[in-house]
Write a protein that binds this ligand. Structure first.
Ligand code: LLP
Length: 430
């Protein structure tokens, strides 16, 4: 298996950012998410530089949904990132992390009146997803005495090679405004009093391992940009979304590099803006690429059972990492306390949740596993903790951040008290 440079093996143990996973698990308990801050910074730098080689005015908007821990948002804010925020909660987190409101884009296909009022009050730009929403935003901005700068989200009607649940630019997707309505939307925005159209947005999907769809989407945006420019609108930014995939299947997947991504997308973008005679910023919204490989989920083996298969029953399930059950996603697993031992059999790693689908990894060749061993689930940084739940009334686990020799909690583990803390007794049960 190809390990990324921040994951190493020493003394038979897996290390992350130089920290022994076995020691971390002893100190903080399991299950435990551990993230290497330096890896996030390295991923950010590589991604941004790859694009900046072609064009200087690049702005990275981290997709906060991938991992919304404040510490991670702070790390990225300090690198100059803004954020793609998809809820009032993500907006609050991004601002709390010190991000510039002008570098946030409030996205989403179903924003509430409260969301729209909040966007207006905080001075963040909004990716408007329907003409209905445009009218509501105009009214909300008017009520707040503000003018809100907006983009429209374009539906590019593109098939992309990824799991159907995370392809977002299909003709049939709920996101974006169809090409045949998009100019009407911009026209109507021009006529609004409290909304100013200054951008264009698109996001075609996630975990895409081919650069061609990104170039195609940029091509669709280029065409719309020309028509929008002809309407007399001066585009300040074009936002091509996120979606670059990572090689979860570490011995098989070949993921495009950020340089390959940039080489595919940038010529289309540059050609388009030259043709329009404009110099907008290019905004990109990577989530997974920045944080996906930065994190391992450490989970202890409770028991091993020889049944139809050999089941390794661990203490983290789809309550903490939902990607396998939701998308049949592959995550590599390593026996962290015997990381250099040869495979001795085939194991299926299953969580503690009361559903048959609670499988972290099926039929993996691993060293002999026994109770008390520690399993590391790799590439758990994106859509791991952020999609976790308290199902089966399991408090969520802590998250640790490491940076060089330092390690610290960036979220404490929940307790059963946290589960009951928000519950209330209806008066007739008193
Ligand atoms: N921009 C928008 C508008 C998005 O909706 C998303 C992701 C991104 C950017 C970031 O995409 P990324 O670069 O991370 O691929 N839970 C799924 C992924 C859902 C992605 C949702 N939107 C998973 O675990 O694979």
């Amino acid at each position: 298996m190809n390990l990324p440079p921040h994951l190493t093996i020493g003394g038979g143990h897996l290390h992350i950012g130089g920290h022994d996973c076995v020691t971390l698990a002893e100190e903080y308990g399991t299950p435990l998410y551990v993230t290497d801050e330096m890896r996030i910074i390295a991923n950010f730098t590589r991604f941004a530089s790859a694009l900046k080689r072609h064009y200087p005015a690049i702005q990275v908007l981290y997709a906060a949904k991938a991992n919304g821990n404040l510490a991670i948002l702070r790390t990225l804010a300090r690198q100059g990132a803004g954020a793609d925020v998809f809820s009032a909660g993500e907006l609050d987190l991004a601002l709390s992390a010190g991000m510039d409101p002008r570098l946030l884009l409030f996205n989403g296909s179903s924003k509430s009146p409260v969301d729209l009022a909040l966007a207006a009050a905080k001075g963040v730009r909004v990716s408007v997803d329907s003409i209905d929403e445009l009218r509501q935003l105009d009214a909300a901005a008017g009520a707040a005495g503000k003018t809100v700068e907006i983009a429209f989200r374009v539906n590019p009607a593109l098939e992309v090679p990824t799991h159907p649940k995370i392809a977002t630019g299909l003709r049939t997707s709920k996101f974006g405004i169809p090409a045949d309505q998009i100019l009407d939307a911009y026209r109507e925005a021009l006529a609004c009093d409290h909304v100013r159209p200054v951008g264009m947005h698109c996001h075609i999907g996630s975990q895409i391992l081919d650069v061609l769809p990104f170039a195609r989407a940029a091509g669709v945006m280029a065409e719309v940009a020309r028509d929008v420019t002809d309407l007399g609108i001066k585009l300040k930014f074009l936002d091509i979304g996120g979606g670059l995939g990572i090689p979860y299947h570490r011995s098989i997947d070949v993921a495009p590099t950020p340089e390959e991504y940039a080489d595919a997308v940038m010529p289309v973008f540059l050609e388009a803006i030259n043709r329009c005679g404009i110099t907008p910023e290019l905004w990109v919204e990577p989530g997974r690429y920045l944080v996906g490989d930065s994190t391992v989920l450490l989970t202890a083996v409770n028991s091993v059972k020889q049944s139809h298969k050999t089941f390794v029953n661990v203490d983290a399930g789809f309550n903490l990492l939902a990607r396998p059950v939701l998308y049949d996603a592959w995550h590599e697993v390593v026996v962290a306390n015997r990381a250099d031992a040869k495979p001795a059999g085939e194991y299926t790693v299953t969580g503690p949740i009361c559903e048959t689908g609670d499988i972290i990894a099926s039929d993996r060749r691993l060293p002999a596993v026994k109770a008390g061993d520690l399993i590391a689930v790799l590439d758990a940084g994106a859509y791991g903790f952020s999609m976790s739940s308290q199902y089966n009334s399991r408090p969520r686990c802590p998250e640790v951040l490491v940076n060089g020799a330092r390690a610290a909690l960036m979220r404490r583990g929940e307790t059963v008290g946290d589960l009951t803390g928000t519950m209330q007794t209806p008066p007739w049960q008193e």
